[in-house]
Design a protein around this ligand. Structure first.
Ligand code: DX5
Ligand code: ZN
Length: 218
């Protein structure tokens, strides 16, 4: 399994202090920052887009921005997110009819490509070709749209299914993940852990980050 990566979701941070919040997480031991981009179409909420990401990338040199694109037309934003300094562009399989071309477009812009599946989408919706081309597969453990929701345990078997098919890929879980729910995710084969509320809501985020990382690494 690839090494553990902790990616705090800034959706749970103070957006007024976004750059400082990202720096705080990196100081606290996070490897990546998870940037939830919502367009008000694919999901009801609107969060942030490329201009905000560009500010963060400028303000936090070296940051790895794990961009989770909860958008209806993922093809449309590849160039903007690349120009803004995005490191990984993760689109939803439910939102595109041509994931192969999209992955190629993402790679052409020198970003890693991720493919996300929502709770009701089976792991088989990621074909062998798509899974092999992608760098990361994201299994949502809540319905996309907002932070602070309850972890949906029935999504976890999809992590194991994908890990069996793609032993070398990064497999990310996102939604309701905390020190209480991370064990089952890690056992199923997830190595990239997103957590918003559990990290930003903690008095000592660095301790939560360390706990999540150690569960995956052991
Ligand atoms: C949900 C987002 C998640 C969310 C995670 O639509 O994709 O990244 O912010 O937040 P928590 O960890 O609070 O569930
Ligand atoms: Zn997310």
């Amino acid at each position: 399994m690839p090494p553990a990566i902790i990616s705090p979701s800034v959706l749970a941070s103070d957006f007024g202090q976004l750059t400082a919040e990202c720096k705080r997480m990196l100081r606290g031991g996070a490897q990546w920052l998870h940037m939830d981009v919502m367009d008000g179409h694919f999901v009801p909420n609107i969060t942030m887009g490329a201009p905000v990401l560009a500010s963060v990338s400028k303000g936090v040199p070296g940051i790895f921005m794990d961009c989770h694109m909860m958008v209806s037309e993922p093809e449309k934003w590849v160039n903007d997110i690349a120009d803004a300094g995005g490191s990984l562009y993760c689109f939803h399989i439910e939102a595109t009819s041509d994931p192969v071309s999209l992955i190629h477009a993402i790679h052409e812009r020198r970003m890693k490509a991720g493919v996300a599946i929502s709770p009701d989408t089976p792991s088989t919706s990621i074909s062998d070709e798509v899974g092999e081309l992608a760098d990361l597969l994201l299994v949502m453990t809540v319905y996309p749209g907002r932070g602070g929701q309850k972890f949906i345990e029935r999504c976890v078997p999809k992590v194991a299914e994908l890990r069996a098919r793609f032993p070398d890929k990064d497999i990310e879980v996102d939604g309701g993940v905390s020190p209480k729910t991370v064990d089952v995710c890690a056992q199923a084969g997830s190595n990239v852990i997103v957590a918003g509320t559990a990290i930003f809501g903690a008095d000592k985020p660095e301790e939560v980050i360390a706990t999540l990382k150690s569960v995956v690494d052991t």
